[in-house]
Design a protein around this ligand. Structure first.
Ligand SMILES: O=C(O)C1=C[C@@H](OP(=O)(O)O)[C@@H](O)[C@H](O)C1
Ligand SMILES: C=C(OP(=O)(O)O)C(=O)O
Length: 451
């Protein structure tokens, strides 16, 4: 339930050097899935390293409303699942706050149980498209009654006799893919999802870990994922890796802040998530992967980012978009300090995140003195190089954590400070952002002057 408190204006000003280690919190995507799959398993799943951001806490509250029990003892979350098909009907509205992942995955998980549930969220979530999940859920036999434009608040009536589904996702979305797979758990027979472009594959990996029979194959039509319905999911012990999408902020801050040298340990470099780091290296960033290793079948490294005064603008390949979709806002902030243009095609999805992220960044970057061009599914940022980005403006964060954090990172290297009107949404994904950045030496403060 984010965005309900008073706005928290924040300011960032020229800083440096940033030094030290940045221990970022657990991965948000894996945290949501740990609670949802734990709730669908039979027995007790134990989770350490869970991201305790508001998005994930809202998913935890929802799982309790569907009948799962969970509590934290010491550092470990204990989730007592009810089994596939075992969800109880909630006796209250499910408020998913700011979280697209939460609401879409939970809708999938309940859509093949014989129950009804009503979902809502904050003003941002209630404006985001839900037909992308309710369309495939209808093929299982579920029905959705929502506001115009397929928006929340919305009631889903789960299918009594679900049918398995074969579905090609029309948009590159791990949330849609995951909603279909979670619904497929309680449908008899084989549910198949086909995605033209591979999106993050945490659901597939974790479903396999929980004992579901699931296989992925790359073919002519793209990635074909086949799930056998009605498994008994076995409880797991999960250590959530640290979030590469959160790591992006201290990494980018170090690259643009003079004399910086920051280590961000234990970051998962799953290829479906690591596109930003490849892009930054292509731009000439001094970003290295140290201590590369394999943990639980996933590549992990310590990221080392140092001040990189010779960044250059590049063409970001559109086929990389899915693997860095949440990182375009902070990439655009870094691109302001590069020489030349950074062109980012194939990113229509950015328009339907917590905010229209192309518009939110373009408005703020232009106000800060940076030229931005945009079309429906592309945008480009004309960098001015170091020491020449004016800043000195207050930007609206639009209930979007990544917009707030991106402008605060930018303000560490602009000539005049950058302010955001509300840093409150940062708590959805990165509650320790402010203290972590301050610990590295960043001047990021809560602004006492009303924005
Ligand atoms: O499945 C997930 O955990 C997520 C998928 C992505 O959304 P889409 O599926 O809408 O691309 C991403 O933007 C979001 O932060 C997390
Ligand atoms: C898009 C995001 O999250 P969600 O879709 O879960 O709200 C994000 O975290 O950048």
């Amino acid at each position: 339930m984010s965005g309900h408190g008073d706005p928290i204006p924040m300011e960032a000003c020229k800083s440096g050097p940033l030094r030290g280690e940045a221990h970022v919190p657990g991965d948000k995507s894996i945290s949501h899935r740990s609670l949802i799959l734990g709730a669908l398993a039979v027995g007790e799943t134990r989770v350490t390293g869970l991201l305790e951001g508001q998005d994930v806490l809202d998913t935890g509250r929802a799982m309790r409303a569907f009948g799962a029990e969970m509590e934290k003892r010491g550092d470990t979350w204990h989730v007592h699942g009810v089994g596939v098909g075992g969800f109880a009907e909630p006796d209250r509205v499910i408020d998913c706050g700011n979280s697209g992942t939460g609401v879409r995955l939970i809708m999938g998980a309940m859509a093949t149980a014989p129950i009804a549930a009503t979902f809502t969220g904050d003003a941002s979530l209630n404006s985001r498209p839900m037909a992308r999940v309710t369309d495939p859920l209808a093929l299982f036999g579920a029905r959705a009654y929502g506001r115009s434009g397929g928006r929340l608040p919305m009631t889903i009536l789960g299918a009594r006799d679900p049918l398995p589904v074969r579905y090609a996702t029309p948009v590159p979305s791990a949330q849609v893919k995951s909603a279909v797979l979670l619904a497929g758990l309680n449908a008899p027979g084989e549910t198949v999802v086909i995605e033209r472009e591979a999106t993050r594959d945490h659901s597939e990996r974790m479903l396999a870990g929980f004992g579901a029979r699931i296989a992925s194959e790359d073919g002519k039509e793209g990635r074909v994922i086949t799930l056998q319905g009605r498994p008994e999911l076995k409880p797991q012990t999960i250590t959530v890796p640290r979030d590469p999408s959160s790591a992006a902020f201290p990494v980018c801050a170090a690259l643009i802040t003079e004399d910086s040298d920051v280590l961000v340990p234990n970051i998962g470099l799953n290829p479906t998530r690591a596109g930003l780091f490849t892009t930054l290296r292509e731009m000439g960033a001094d970003l290295t992967y140290e201590n590369m290793r394999d943990e639980g079948g996933e590549p992990v490294a310590d990221l080392r980012a140092r001040f990189s005064p010779d960044l250059r603008g590049i063409e970001v390949p559109p086929e990389r978009a899915a693997s860095m979709i949440d990182e375009y806002p902070v990439l655009s902030a870094v691109a302001a300090f590069a020489q030349g243009r950074t062109h980012m095609p194939g990113v229509r999805e950015l328009r339907v995140k917590e905010s229209d992220r192309i518009d939110a960044m373009a408005v703020g970057l232009r106000a800060a003195g940076i030229a931005v061009d945009e079309g429906d599914d592309w945008w480009s940022v004309q960098g001015r190089g170091f020491g020449d980005v004016p800043g000195g403006v207050t930007v609206a964060s639009r209930l979007d954590h990544r917009i707030a954090m991106s402008f605060l990172v930018m303000g560490l290297a602009t000539e005049a400070p950058m302010r955001v009107d509300d840093g409150g949404p940062i708590a959805t994904s990165f509650p320790i952002f402010e203290t972590l950045m301050q610990g590295l030496g960043a001047s990021i403060i809560r602004d006492t002057v009303p924005a």
